[in-house]
Design a protein around this ligand. Structure first.
Ligand code: FMN
Length: 187
């Protein structure tokens, strides 16, 4: 259920701090890991910072290819998200190990995780100084899509009747919360 999201609204997809699944691929290798630390850093063009440990296979493939994807997992993907965050693709193909075939039908043919509520494709923005000092990677969003049952017209719509599409927010040690109550400020 991928519906295109206008780039001007892409930052909203991660504005509320969801755990993301970082997909990468390079020269026949593919991988995915969980990242709890990401945030938008610019509206136009939309740019997002993600902390990706330099020791990870994800970092290696991202640096080699110059691209990466983010998927926003739903509650049904909690076990998958924790599993891809607690083992390395250096020990074997996680998609195969966990029995989930990624979807490569996207403009960069990156291995997206099916069943997410949204997906973003990004180009790495080379930042030699910060990349050498920190594990933070900056990316420019090139394309985004979301499940229209929960994100439409540039807005999330978290409701009880679409709770199976809510985003996951990591508390630590494999425990996640979902956005259970929306509070609307007057304005
Ligand atoms: C829920 C969750 C969130 C995580 N968040 C991050 C993160 O923000 N940054 C990071 O570098 N690692 C994070 N990790 C750890 C990586 O996902 C982990 O190191 C992974 O095994 C790397 O896989 P790879 O070597 O196949 O790339 C997280 C793990 C979990 C379970």
């Amino acid at each position: 259920m991928m519906n295109p999201v206008a780039l001007e609204h892409a930052s909203r997809l991660v504005n509320h701090g969801p755990t993301v699944l970082v997909s990468t691929a390079h020269e026949g290798r593919r991988n995915v890991m969980a990242a709890a630390w990401s945030m938008p850093v610019e509206f136009t063009p939309p740019r997002i910072a993600v902390v990706i440990d330099k020791q990870t296979l994800t970092h290696e493939l991202l640096m080699a290819s110059g691209h990466f994807a983010l998927g926003l997992p739903t509650p049904a993907l909690a076990d998958f998200s924790y599993a891809v965050g607690t083992r390395s693709g250096r020990e074997g193909d996680k998609f195969r190990q966990l029995g989930l075939e990624p979807d490569t039908r996207n403009p960069l043919e990156l291995p997206l995780v099916p069943g997410c509520s949204a997906w973003l494709l990004l180009r790495r923005i080379p930042e030699p100084h910060s990349e050498s000092a920190y594990d933070t990677v900056f990316g420019e969003v090139l394309w985004a899509a979301a499940d229209a049952r929960i994100f439409a017209n540039g807005r999330w719509d978290f409701r009880d009747d679409n709770a199976d599409l809510h985003t996951l927010h990591h508390l630590g040690a494999g425990q996640f919360v979902v956005p259970s109550r929306v509070v609307q400020a007057k304005g």
